[in-house]
Ligand binder design. Sequence first.
Ligand code: PLP
Length: 396
Amino acid sequence: MYGKIKQDLKNTLEELKEQGLYKSERIITSSQSSDISVSTGESVLNFCANNYLGLANNPEVVKAAQDIMNEWGFGLSSVRFICGTQQIHKQLEEKVSKFLGTEDTILYCACFDANGGVFEPLLGDDSAIISDELNHASIIDGVRLCKAQRFRYKHSNMEELEQCLNDSADAKYRIIVTDGVFSMDGDLAKLPEIVALAEKYDALFMVDDSHATGYIGKTGRGTAEHFDVLGKIDIITTTFGKAMGGGNGGCTSGRKEIIDMLRQRSRPYLFSNTLAPATVGATLKVIDMLSGSDQLPAKTMANANHFRTKMEAAGFDLVKGDTAIVPVMIYDEPLAVKFADELLKEGVYVIGFCFPVVPRGKARIRVQLSAAHTAEQIDKAVEAFIKVGKQLEIIS
Ligand SMILES: *Cc1c(COP(=O)(O)O)cnc(C)c1O
């Protein structure tokens, strides 16, 4: 039986390799950090993790995960509604609600699940979902699992969004959905404008703040804090797998009745295991650290600004922005791949992003800054960029 599909799979895998689209994984032999070891034995500076607050190997966070396991065990062997809800799960939901300024929160094992399970319980075929064209794959999949009508607007194009709102006027309920921070350009969604449109057209508003929660906004509460629209977003989904310690887990947070309905009907919540206590303990700790001081998000942004300033002075073409994602534009695809390879030889780990992840001819090196980077590490990375940039004649 396997014979025919085996050959087809082999052929397709070969094609992927020929097209340069085959993803191989570099093996890290240390914990996640600003400075990592790779399987060749070298130590490299890491500028491609979503570890925005540098908490992925923070000793306090690791200890919180260990301590909570001593008391609450390793796993629950259950979904939440059978016997998978411990006090710590309720504590985390309350803490996240308080942190995000929302009424209630439901936990998922990943934000992918949160997005996969958010639309179908709330919207039927008489309703409409209006989505930014660059929204994350998990939002796209969540929309596919739901029978609502679909509308898509050009990235952050408010005229097209308004047109979608007009076109969907017959729908019973409408929801506008956007990423808070878009991962490829590091740009922020236009929250104030979208809030105004949602109010004008009586639509719901959902933001996926996965690339924002923990470090965007003065105290890390995300894009709603950055734009001063806390409380105006009906649904926030986010991950604990990026700035918030980088393990896994995620949530949907927002209006009380919405969250309550998700507990009744959201399939990834009902039919998938509860969050492991270690994840809960670490995330509780991260929120405590953020609630006590705004030092960590400030450090992340100071590092991003330091990198931006030096790279611009060196003549690199950066996508402007207010986040810790700094795309260095190379434009040419093979050149971007070569640039990243040469940087690795200089001890700087970054990734070149090419079509189809970004538009053709818009290849780039995406640099992500973290609170864990030191000024020396950033300076060293900039020096490597300058050396390779001159070598490849990208700067003079
Ligand atoms: C990373 C990411 C996700 C997925 O989060 P997981 O918790 O890893 O599943 C969802 N949405 C956006 C916008 C993301 O950046």
